[in-house]
Design a protein around this ligand. Structure first.
Ligand code: FES
Length: 92
């Protein structure tokens, strides 16, 4: 039988999925994630560097301003958008 440490290691995820169920008024998705203690890399926080690019597993977002950085299908720039449905992201 494995020790507790081995069992804990077995359930850790390298790229955990997180879910945002609704937008917090006045907050971008990035700010909402930060408020939940979830770290997402960022630089400009204005949609032009692309540093915050995050995989979107499901759900829809609306951009508060048109991002200048490219956004591939299945990705979001959380620094400049809000959730408009339950959004599941893969971070890490
Ligand atoms: S932090 Fe620069 S695009 Fe999001």
């Amino acid at each position: 039988m494995p020790s507790n440490a081995q069992r804990d290691d077995a359930v850790q995820l390298e790229s955990p999925e997180i879910s945002v169920t609704q937008a917090a008024e006045g907050y971008t998705l990035l700010e909402q994630l930060e408020a939940e203690g979830i770290e997402v890399p960022y630089q400009c926080r204005e949609g032009y560097c692309g540093r915050c690019r995050t995989k979107r597993v499901s759900g829809e977002v609306a951009y508060t301003s048109a991002p200048l950085a490219w956004v591939n299908p299945g990705e979001v720039l959380p620094c400049c958008c809000v959730a408009i449905s339950e959004v599941v992201l893969e971070v890490g």
